[in-house]
Design a protein. Structure first.
Length: 269
């Protein structure tokens, strides 16, 4: 099975971002991908958290959701739609929702980002308070799709190994990680964390990233990549907008898990 990780430099214009997503999804589908993963904030990278109010959608309805659902059907692929802001009943903040659309255009799953990026970067004049505009999710989600059992996560989630153990226990075959990693944290930890999650769980990882300088002044790391279930990076896009396509072999994964049964050897829960 072929999968694609898409890399974007999203800005403040939803229409322009969706046009880029369309172009990259067409390239991925043309290369034979049956699953394509868009990055975090693919449709909108606002100047601040408050800007999301202008583009936030109600679950199940809105131009961003309609566009991606239509593309999934048009291209006959499964799409993990990075994140987009969805309204939360009774909350002034929004969910950072990662939606999965199947090749018939229907929504197969929704995951709301659990771990929010509220940090001051060590040694850097950079501070982030994602929780100021984003309400955290609570549910671990593994989606049954035509492209396999997909464990859903987003960006900062990557630092919390227990989330991936929970998804592994729910028979995830691959993890997806839409992200907008900062340059300093990306240089320090992106590769090692993605490879660790793959190695710990004998699981494929598809990581789709934002890259470059954005209109909000933020710089993101890029390096969208696919990691195999033994922890090797098999495809990478270091910089620029585009996509990487890689083959996944679930039969090989099953055989590897049988020969090297580390998951069955766990004694601490």
């Amino acid at each position: 099975m072929k999968v694609a990780a898409l890399q974007m430099t999203s800005g403040i214009r939803v229409d322009a971002n969706l046009a880029t997503a369309r172009r990259l999804l067409q390239i991925a589908a043309g290369a034979g991908a049956t699953l394509a993963v868009l990055p975090e904030n693919f449709a909108f990278m606002g100047r601040d958290e408050a800007d999301k109010r202008a583009v936030a959608e109600v679950a199940g309805a809105g131009p961003i959701q309609d566009c991606i659902a239509g593309l999934a059907q048009e291209l006959a692929i499964t799409i993990v739609a990075g994140t987009l802001p969805l309204k939360v009943q009774g909350e002034a903040r929004f969910a950072a929702a990662s939606l999965v659309f199947g090749p018939e255009g229907g929504q197969l799953a929704r995951y709301d980002k659990i771990h929010l990026f509220d940090v001051d970067l060590p040694g850097k004049a950079e501070s982030y308070r994602e929780s100021a505009g984003t309400a955290p999710g609570h549910d671990v989600v593994v989606a049954a799709t035509p492209a396999g059992r997909i464990g859903l996560s987003v960006c900062y989630d990557l630092r919390f190994a227990e989330l991936y153990r929970r998804m592994s226990a729910q028979d995830a075959q691959l993890f997806v990680v839409p992200a907008a990693f900062t340059v300093p944290t990306g240089e320090a930890h992106w590769d090692v964390l993605l490879r660790a999650r793959a190695i710990e769980n004998l699981c494929y990882v598809v990581a789709a990233a934002q890259w470059g300088s954005h209109e909000n002044g933020r710089a993101t790391y890029g390096n969208s990549l696919v990691v195999d279930c033994w922890g090797e990076v098999i495809e990478r896009l270091p910089a620029g907008e585009g996509c990487v396509v890689a083959d996944l072999d679930f039969d090989r994964q099953a055989a590897l898990r049988a020969r090297f049964p580390a998951l069955a050897h766990r004694v601490l829960d």
